[in-house]
Design a protein around this ligand. Structure first.
Ligand code: GLA
Length: 581
């Protein structure tokens, strides 16, 4: 048999046994001008394949409105040029520490728990999306001279789902739209996961971070023959805001990789290079065991993942150890790593003296403001990432009562009669001081990232449980959405020159740079918000850590003056300065 295929004992290329030595690298987490460098790093580590997910929510921001789907094809072309095969995981759900697991928030807003099932309305949306996406993949399949050797159906579907009708429909959809490459599923090595997530006749793979032999034994109970593959070998891990930084010891990870390869298996390193959650696309988990009924755990901006190629694209100790292991499985000598991308030559500081209050930002960049019987969710307002301002006047006359927002997601800065009164969160949804009737209340509510994993996937953002004065609901709530995407035009918000004196709002200024290159931007004294450099959103910052600086890809910076915008949602202590190093 010619071509790349699933054989009796393993993968075959033109009838000869072949092993996939793959690494995950998500094109949407790396600046396009740096794809080539990162792909060359994967080759130099000893990999012969790259794997990427495709995030539906990035490419279909509104139903039927598509954004740069061609990026998928350009990335696959770059992989081909780098001499790598490619695995594509188009979801539609991708998990991936990505907002809503890659599902558009308009979709989960409309369909709730019907997503990822046989539901006809859901499948119709998937069909329309795949009709746009799949031509990018189909034209670049191995049997057409391209790099794509494997396409994944769904993602760890068996962790929570068991709708075999859905999985079969998805498989038929891929085949019907011209996918001739081998298909696979990927699941945890547990009996219920493999029965729920596998499709008869489609290669099943497993995901784990260690104990390869045990994991493959479980897989073999379900699939006595065919290739063994670990589709996600977790060689690092991700971080949550306000929690410890995750580290996986390099020697331990290299040992686990060796064990996988000694089993005769193929592997995909998750992640080979993690990159960055630019533009507020980071997702979130929920604590609390199987039911996930605990606290929201939002993911940080960096997706460094403690991966062998770090966020800046540099080789780590893990890279060198993995390279030694992988060299034993290579056809010939491994290429040397490419030269590192240029870094910023000298540190730079910029004072952000232009300022506009949040109200002016909402007036210029927000959607239409309307009054609602009960507060609408972000989904109802069409806000994927960003802020919503809710405002109302409390009924009266009446004395001061507690003000509570029981279904708050995720965080609200509250102003009473124009004066800041507190910051509310899911854990503390009540204002510390009671509020009298007749008071004018404003809540600036922020999404910290949608849940991407578990039964709370797709839950709405905003005020989802109303507003209570004492125990009485407040009605006639005005709401205006300020989506992050609208900040492309943040240069047009009218700003005053004298600075913001530490208040929340939009800060703008210029940083002069000599010797542009990759840099890290830090914001001493700032609390939480987003940063744009020359209009490119480098992501969310938050003083709670563990992430301290934001990665700024060199191609975003220019020699001389660079425009920096910061949306600060709480306040700044000290001079409104940003630093690049
Ligand atoms: C699972 C998912 C991935 C990712 C990892 C954790 O395996 O399939 O998308 O979320 O967990 O990083």
């Amino acid at each position: 048999m010619s071509g790349f295929r699933v054989g009796e004992d393993g993968f075959e290329l033109d009838g000869r046994p072949v092993r996939l030595l793959s690494g995950a690298l998500h094109y949407f987490r790396v600046h396009e001008a740096q794809w080539g460098h990162r792909l060359a790093m994967l080759r130099a580590m000893g990999l012969n394949c790259v794997e990427t997910y495709v995030p539906w929510n990035v490419h279909e921001p509104r139903p039927g409105a598509f954004h740069d789907v061609e990026a998928v094809g350009r990335f696959l072309d770059a992989a081909h040029a780098a001499g790598l095969w490619a695995i594509v995981r188009p979801g539609p759900y991708i998990c991936a520490e990505w907002d809503n697991g890659g599902l558009p928030s308009w979709l989960t807003g409309e369909l709730g728990a019907r997503v990822r099932t046989r539901d006809a309305r859901y499948l119709a949306h998937v069909e329309r999306w795949f009709a746009r996406l799949l031509p990018q993949v189909v034209a670049r399949q191995h049997d057409r001279g391209g790099p794509v050797v494997l396409v994944q159906v769904e993602n760890e579907y068996g962790s929570y789902g068991s709708d075999q009708v859905y999985l079969r429909a998805l498989t038929e959809l891929l085949r019907g739209r011209g996918v001739t490459a081998e298909l696979c599923t990927s699941d945890g090595p547990e009996d219920h996961m493999l029965t729920g997530g596998s499709v008869p006749g489609v290669l099943a793979t497993v995901n784990f971070g260690s104990r390869a032999r045990e994991g493959f034994d479980v897989l073999r109970r379900h699939r006595p023959g065919g290739p063994l593959m670990c589709m996600e070998f977790w060689c690092g891990w991700f971080d949550h805001w306000g929690a410890e930084h995750a580290v996986r010891e390099p020697g331990d990870a290299a040992g686990a990789l060796r064990e996988i390869l000694e089993c005769g298996a193929s592997v995909n390193l998750y992640m080979a290079h993690g990159g960055t959650n630019f533009a507020g696309w980071a997702g979130a988990n929920r604590d609390g065991g199987a039911l996930h009924d605990g606290a929201l755990q939002p993911d940080v901006t960096s997706y460094d993942y403690d991966a062998p190629v770090d966020e800046r694209g540099l080789p780590t100790a893990k890279f060198r150890l993995f390279r030694e292991v992988l060299a034993g499985y290579a056809d010939g000598p491994l290429p040397e790593p490419p030269p590192a991308p240029p870094v910023l030559r000298a540190p730079a500081v910029g004072r952000l003296d232009e300022w506009a209050p949040l109200a002016a930002v909402a007036a210029r960049l927000g959607g239409p403001e309307a009054e609602h019987a009960v507060p609408p969710t972000f989904e109802e307002l069409g806000v994927d990432r960003g802020l919503v301002r809710y405002s109302f006047t409390l009924p009266g006359p009446r004395g001061p009562y507690p003000l509570t927002v029981p279904g708050l997601r995720d965080r609200a800065v509250v102003y009473v009669d124009g004066v800041r009164a507190g910051v509310l969160s899911e854990d503390s949804p009540a204002l510390p001081v009671p509020v009298p009737g007749g008071a004018r209340v404003e809540l600036w509510v922020e999404s910290l990232g949608r849940v991407n994993y578990g039964p709370r996937l797709g839950e709405a953002k905003g005020l989802t449980g109303g507003v209570l004065h004492e125990r009485q609901y407040v009605h006639g709530v005005r709401a205006v959405g300020v989506p992050l995407g609208a900040f492309d035009a943040a240069g047009s918000v009218p700003c005053a020159g004298g600075g913001g004196q530490g208040r929340a709002g939009l800060y703008r200024g210029v940083v002069e740079v000599a010797g542009a290159g990759d840099a890290v931007l830090s914001l001493p004294g700032w609390t939480r918000g987003f940063v744009w450099v020359n209009g490119f959103c480098v992501g969310r910052y938050w003083e709670v850590g563990p992430q301290r600086g934001l990665f700024v890809p060199g191609p975003v910076l220019r020699e001389g003056a660079n425009a920096v915008w910061v949306l600060e949602v709480e306040g700044v202590e000290g001079p409104a300065e940003v630093r690049l190093r």
